[in-house]
Design a binder for this molecule. Structure first.
Ligand SMILES: Cc1cc2nc3c(=O)[nH]c(=O)nc-3n(C[C@H](O)[C@H](O)[C@H](O)COP(=O)(O)OP(=O)(O)OC[C@H]3O[C@@H](n4cnc5c(N)ncnc54)[C@H](O)[C@@H]3O)c2cc1C
Ligand SMILES: *[C@@H]1O[C@H](CO)[C@@H](O)[C@H](O)[C@H]1NC(C)=O
Ligand SMILES: *[C@@H]1O[C@H](CO)[C@@H](O)[C@H](O)[C@H]1NC(C)=O
Ligand SMILES: *[C@@H]1O[C@H](CO)[C@@H](O)[C@H](O)[C@H]1NC(C)=O
Ligand SMILES: *[C@@H]1O[C@H](CO)[C@@H](O)[C@H](O)[C@H]1NC(C)=O
Length: 493
């Protein structure tokens, strides 16, 4: 799209944030807080707040981390439960945005299709599709992506041999049909991640039979869903006790992660002992709960109040560890020769990872492939000026990582404002050794490595370490190392 031919500039902003999910709302808050005199807009393709939590509608959709640390540090999650359902999370996000006046900056049904950095103007030209289907141009001096990390439009195509033979319904959790009637049906969930573990107990409420078919097992930890009843909640003011809960969860998660990596064998047997205590006699730990990897080499899944195990103890929910050999009209044929009859198959095999919200990026007309780039402090990309992405943690609450990035970018903008600079572009040296951005080896995450930007091995190119250190660096680290600045003719920040 040639931006020179369409000069109908709809709107000009200092900062445009793409996406009104957790990361976009949080970035907006930090901009308002740290750079109150910048103009900004949030462009959101959907018609509601919430991103992931509005998109996913499968039965039981819930968080897999505690809301005390998944929620914003500036808008306390005060409900007495750590794990919350999707609708409650959307409500919480909307309230947070409304309280801070962020909602007034959101433009819904605005999908950013392309973004072209124009050096001569020191700004981004964005092509944005509106609800009526027309394209309008926006200009932004700085672009912040809160567009998440997976493809919203295309779920991951499951690789299931013989799937074409199956005559029943095949459902992807990302596109759960509102009217799907699974009452008294036989449902097979393929997968072993957080989604499968959430779905099993929830589908079992109505379905005749639910089978979770896993290729390889996962670590599952039951957690107490009720919070807010500790002694400190009774004696401290609400804000204080909220802060304590939050830090409690942040530290516990970090310590568990560290223990798992430092003492994998002890962690493995502890996790398996907990599982064994909750299983009925006919379900053995081996092979169903003996992952091939060490705890936290992949995400450990949580089961609030042990709902997963409660379901497994009933007759209509079961776990099968086997491989799909092929499928016929109404059943899955397993490598063992057994067959699983199914009316509905749910493919909970992961997401199609993608950063950048399907936006076509260009720098002065030259197409840019984000996945070829090296990330500067896990927030900007080599050779792409004035573009930041808000990516969270995968082994702690996402929001903590997104907030680290927001702090960093606000500090960068303050620096540019002070020095009268109009752009900042990371320039990575060519001796950098590339590393994956996420250190997890779930099958879909590994496969998707090539679609993700990379990290380096030293200096500002190094990936994240942990929240405490990363936040310190965002607030105090060297903000100019690895960046090249310019000062154009245009207004300064
Ligand atoms: C089922 C599921 C459960 C999860 N559970 C947890 C959990 O418990 N804890 C945790 O820490 N993480 C969890 N995650 C990861 C989760 O996605 C993040 O924690 C968080 O919701 C991401 O927020 P976000 O704002 O970065 O992205 P998203 O929630 O994905 O929001 C992105 C927004 O950007 C919009 N957008 C994208 N592209 C464009 C475009 N081109 N133009 C305009 N708008 C655009 C989208 O419409 C969307 O609203 C889960 C993920 C899934 C899929
Ligand atoms: C915005 O605020 C900064 C300091 O906080 C100031 O230096 C700058 O001139 C202001 N810009 C405008 C356009 O008001
Ligand atoms: C968690 O607890 C809350 C309140 O106690 C409850 O409403 C909710 O259903 C529970 N969620 C799960 C998944 O157990
Ligand atoms: C998350 O993973 C990184 C990389 O493996 C690790 O260094 C870090 O300590 C982990 N963070 C937390 C909060 O556990
Ligand atoms: C930051 O790094 C740059 C380049 O490496 C260096 O020139 C500069 O002195 C550093 N600034 C501070 C405050 O350490």
């Amino acid at each position: 799209m040639d931006s020179k031919s369409i000069r109908q500039v709809d709107s000009v902003y200092d900062v445009v944030i793409v996406g009104a999910g957790i990361s976009g709302i949080n970035a907006a808050y930090r901009i308002q807080e740290k750079l109150p005199n910048l103009t900004y807009a949030i462009l959101e393709g959907r018609e509601r707040f919430g991103g992931t939590w509005d998109l996913f509608r499968y039965p039981g959709i819930r968080s897999d981390t505690d809301l005390h640390s998944f929620g914003f540090s500036w808008f306390p999650w005060v409900e007495k439960r750590a794990i919350a359902d999707g609708a409650s999370i959307v409500r919480y996000l909307r309230s947070a945005a409304e309280k801070e006046g962020i909602d007034r900056h959101v433009q819904f049904k605005r999908s950013v299709l392309s973004a072209n950095w124009i050096s001569a103007e020191q700004s981004w030209s964005l092509m944005v599709e509106t609800d009526s289907g027309e394209s309008v141009e926006y200009q932004a001096r700085f672009l912040i992506l809160g567009s998440g990390y997976y493809d919203y439009k295309e779920p991951l195509e499951p690789q299931i041999p013989g799937l074409g033979n199956f005559r029943g319904q095949v459902i992807h959790p990302q596109q759960w049909p509102e009217q799907l009637d699974y009452a008294d049906k036989e449902v097979v969930i393929i997968g072993s991640g957080a989604t499968a573990i959430t779905l099993l107990p929830n589908l079992a409420n109505k379905a005749k039979q639910v089978t979770m078919l896993q290729r390889s097992p996962t670590y599952i930890l039951s957690i107490d869903n009720n919070t807010g009843n500790s002694w400190f909640h009774r004696i401290l003011p609400q804000l204080w006790s909220f802060k304590l809960s939050r830090w409690g969860f942040i530290w516990t998660t970090a310590i568990i992660f560290w223990l798992c990596r430092a003492f994998p064998n002890a962690a493995r047997s502890r996790l398996q002992r907990w599982v064994a205590e909750q299983l009925p006699a006919h379900v053995p730990v081996d092979p169903h709960f003996t992952p091939l990897y060490r705890p936290w080499d992949q995400r450990v899944c949580f089961s609030p109040n042990g709902d997963f195990f409660k379901a497994i103890r009933e007759d209509n929910a079961r776990l099968v560890t086997d491989h799909v050999s092929t499928m016929n009209e109404n059943a899955i044929v397993l490598s063992s020769g057994n067959q699983l009859k199914a009316d509905i198959i749910v493919t909970a095999t992961g997401l199609k990872l993608k950063v950048g919200g399907r936006i076509h990026f260009k720098v002065d007309g030259e197409p840019v492939e984000l996945s070829d780039k090296i990330a500067w402090r896990t927030a900007m990309l080599s050779d792409v000026p004035n573009l930041a992405f808000m990516i969270g943690y995968v082994n702690a609450s996402w929001t903590l990582g997104a907030d680290t990035a927001a702090h960093l970018i606000c500090r960068l903008l303050q620096h540019m404002q002070k020095k009268g600079k109009t752009s900042a572009v990371p320039r990575s040296p060519n001796y950098i050794q590339q590393r994956p951005m996420w250190d997890l080896d779930a099958t879909y995450a590994k496969k998707a490595q090539k679609t993700m930007p990379k990290c380096g091995d030293s200096g500002p190119w190094k990936g994240r370490t942990n929240y405490f250190y990363d936040l310190w660096c965002a607030k105090n680290g060297n903000i100019t190392a690895g960046l090249e600045f310019s000062a154009g003719e245009n207004d300064k920040f």
